[in-house]
Write a protein that binds this ligand. Sequence first.
Ligand SMILES: [Zn+2]
Length: 265
Amino acid sequence: MTTVDILAIAAHRDDVEQTCGGTLLKMAERGYRTGILDLTRGETGTRGSAEDREREAAEAARILKVAWRGALDIPDGRVENTWENKLKVARVLRELCPRVVILPYWKGRHPDHYTASTLGYEACFLAGLKKLDCSAGVSPALVTSVVPTLSAGSAQDRRQDAGATPHRPFKIIYATLYYDVRPTFVVDITDQFEARFKSLMAYRTRFSDQQAGKDLFPAQKEIRNRVEAMARFYGLLGGVEFAEPFLQKEVGLVDDLMMIPVKSI
Ligand SMILES: [Zn+2]
């Protein structure tokens, strides 16, 4: 069965590219297997269809070197923390067995984003319950896999496996870029920044300069300026050029005072 070390869960295709794509790429370059689970398929976007998004998500996944990327059939704009949705996410967790899960931060402007955070956390909890059958009552057309490393074996076999073996991630961290909150740590993505930006620009139907929705979407040059400004800001906090911000609920554990990074004065 295919597994990943690190799984990023987000509401929309292109969220991961904006909030933690550099970190995923960095981890892949270190030899870890990374994955992305998009909860929705982007069918209600002003620009482009769900099919356009799927193609673009696959291209972005290739740039970020992820081992697996899939999307659930939760309606775009209607991410709700229901029992059924929690089981859908829990099944993917059981199938992929990630040690680390990256969720969106639990506050934000877009309801899909903050709901995805709670939904993801509760799914991580449920996925570890030994007596819970996650395959019960969930529709069969569940995961659209755009990076096909999970395609071996029939969907039916995978569903049974996924429903049967409990797994709870060891670590949950929250990508905070969409919300103005002080991160508990940042990841240096100086070497990954250009590729991360390229992965975002892979969503051509959304971000290329065009007439449709031009009052809603900034021009490409402006997007570049914004993405760079944010990465520089968080880089500055960590004493590096570009970084991505994260928050963990737990305290940091230190073994050697001499090795604590980031200069104080
Ligand atoms: Zn989003």
